[in-house]
Design a protein around this ligand. Structure first.
Ligand code: GTP
Ligand code: MG
Length: 244
């Protein structure tokens, strides 16, 4: 094992006590060199914070837990976790959900592709990508239409505007100024994509099959998508300004 983690996986958690140990052990089992974790928990009532603390022993020196007192949305949690990852000296930072929607087996492949890119963006909507086969037509339509709407609205080039599965080279991540972000919920991923494109980063899209959260109930709804569209609106004008 390397002295200090060179590949740091940042995982925000809110009520993921069952999923967190599974995602961490599946990643460890892949034998990724220099792997480390930063968990950012927003005081989950189900005890995820304590579960994370107990996992420090399993992976000594490579497991950091940041406890925040209030639920402030995944965007705020990622901003804190990403800063901690950069401060730790990580060369590559992995952005990933706790609920096993993002297949851990893809991480080594994405890391390999990150050697010649600034950002490797996981994508469900390019050839080889997929959403969970168990999703009904309504959920598929919500995801597809919401994604296309946000992509069009912001003017994004990436095909999956709302995917939260990414690998960043540290220099690229360091260029994102999270103090300028408008969103913290569902729109956060589109805002990350916007700033990566705005800074003309080399973005490689990596196909993956999204799986329904392994445990716990989905919070996705039409209202969440509409709220995201509303909060993302300023980005459209920001991008126009850049083009002129
Ligand atoms: N720290 C923190 N983590 C959060 C918050 N909201 C969501 N998360 C985590 O962010 C990741 C993505 O959130 P999800 O709730 O899975 O979002 P989603 O995939 O759009 O929706 P689901 O269908 O419910 O899975 C998960 O690991 C969550 O536990 C929050 O307010 N604070
Ligand atoms: Mg999820």
């Amino acid at each position: 094992m390397a002295e200090r983690p060179t590949v740091v996986v940042v995982i925000p958690t809110y009520n993921e006590a069952e999923n967190l140990p599974a995602v961490v052990s599946e990643l460890i089992a892949l034998g990724i060199d220099g792997l480390g974790f930063i968990i950012v928990d927003d005081g989950s009532p189900d005890g995820t914070g304590e579960v994370a603390e107990s996992m420090k022993k399993t992976y000594p020196g490579h497991f950091t837990v940041i406890h925040r007192t209030r639920k402030e949305g995944l965007g705020k949690a990622y901003a804190v976790g990403f800063k901690a990852a950069l401060d730790s000296g990580a060369a590559y930072i992995v952005e990933m959900d706790a609920d096993l929607s993002h297949p851990p087996a893809q991480v080594p492949l994405m890391l390999a592709r990150a050697r010649s890119a600034d950002v490797v963006a996981g994508s469900r909507y390019i050839k080889g990508g997929a959403v969970d086969p168990g999703w009904n037509i309504g959920r598929r339509a919500l995801s597809r239409v919401g994604n296309l709407g946000i992509k069009w609205l912001v003017g994004l080039k990436v095909h999956d505007a709302t995917s939260g599965f990414k690998v960043f080279r540290r220099e690229a991540l360091a260029r994102l100024d999270f103090t300028r972000f408008q969103t913290s919920g569902y729109g956060f991923q589109a805002e990350v994509a916007h700033w990566c494109e705005f800074h003309r980063m080399t973005i490689v899209e990596h196909a993956y099959a999204f799986a329904e959260r392994r445990s716990g109930k989905s919070k996705m709804s039409g209202g969440i998508v509409i709220e995201a569209i509303w909060t993302l609106l300023p980005l459209r004008f920001h991008r126009r300004h850049r083009r002129t």
